[in-house]
Design a protein around this ligand. Structure first.
Ligand code: GRF
Length: 219
C-alpha cells in the first residue's frame, strides 16, 4: 500500500563537491522515495554542489559565513533559510563549518551528518590517510544524528569496506564514497518513513535487520 505520509522536506548543507547531495537528489527522484529536497545551502559561492542543485532544479542559496560577525549570526541565517523552506530534516553533506551547540540543539534529532569513517574511530579530517597509517583492516562511513561535539552522535547506519594492502588514501576514499552514496539515501528514507528512534546514544531502525555474515580481512 502506498505510504500516506507527505514527502519529508529536507534541506542539504554543503561546502564543496556535493556528491552526497547528488546521491540524495537522485534518490528523491524515484517516485516511491519518501523525501524531497526543498533547499540546498552552501557556505561557499564556488561549491560544485551548487551546479548539482541547478541540474536537479532544487532551490539553492549561498550563505557565506565570511559575511557574518560571528557563528551565532551565521547560524541564525542558516536556521532562517531552513525554516523558510519548510525543511523538517537537515542533512550535512560535506558542510565544512563547525556548528555550535545552540544550532545542534535547535535541530536536535532533525540534523544528520555523513562522515567517512567508522565512528567513533577517526573523527575529523584526513580519515583515510589516518586509517591506513593506523593499520586497521576496515574503513567505512557513518550516518549519524549530530550532537555538539564534532562527528559525535547516535549512529543510524554504517558501511564497512575492507582495506587492501596497497591502498592509497585516494583508493580508499573512492571505495568508501561509493558506500556513502548508498548509506545517506537509506538513512533519509528510514527517517522519512518514521522508522528511526533515538534512545540516548543509540538508534533503533524498525524492520531493518543486521546482516548474518561477517567479513574477515585478510582472508
Ligand atoms: C564526504 O566524504 C563526507 O563523508 C564528508 O565530506 C565528504 C563530502 O563529499 N563529510 P561530497 O561533497 O558529498 O562529495
Amino acid at each position: 500500500m502506498a505510504d500516506p505520509r507527505p514527502a519529508l522536506k529536507v534541506a542539504v548543507l554543503l561546502s564543496g563537491r556535493g556528491s552526497n547531495f547528488r546521491a540524495l537528489a537522485e534518490a528523491c527522484g524515484a517516485p516511491d522515495y519518501p523525501a524531497e529536497i526543498v533547499l540546498a545551502i552552501s557556505n561557499r559561492g564556488d561549491a560544485a554542489g551548487l551546479g548539482i542543485a541547478a541540474d536537479f532544479a532544487i532551490p539553492a542559496t549561498v550563505i557565506d559565513h565570511t559575511g557574518f560577525d560571528d557563528r551565532a549570526a551565521f547560524e541564525a541565517a542558516l536556521t532562517e533559510a531552513i525554516e523558510a523552506a519548510g525543511a523538517e530534516l537537515v542533512c550535512l553533506a560535506g558542510f565544512m563549518r563547525l556548528l555550535t551547540s545552540e544550532f545542534t540543539d535547535r535541530w536536535r534529532d532533525r540534523l544528520i551528518n555523513i562522515h567517512p569513517s567508522l565512528l567513533p574511530a577517526f573523527r575529523g579530517l584526513d580519515t583515510h590517510a589516518r586509517a591506513l597509517e593506523a593499520g586497521v583492516r576496515f574503513a567505512g562511513c557513518t550516518v549519524h544524528f549530530v550532537r555538539p561535539d564534532m562527528d559525535d552522535g547516535p549512529i543510524i547506519v554504517q558501511a564497512a569496506v575492507p582495506i587492501r594492502a596497497d591502498d592509497t588514501p585516494e583508493d580508499l576514499a573512492a571505495r568508501v564514497l561509493a558506500q556513502e552514496h548508498r548509506c545517506y539515501p537509506l538513512a533519509v528514507r528510514w527517517i522519512a518513513e518514521g522508522r528511526v528512534r533515538v534512545s540516548g546514544a543509540t538508534v533503533r531502525v524498525e524492520a531493518a535487520e543486521a546482516p548474518d555474515s561477517a567479513l574477515i580481512n585478510p582472508r
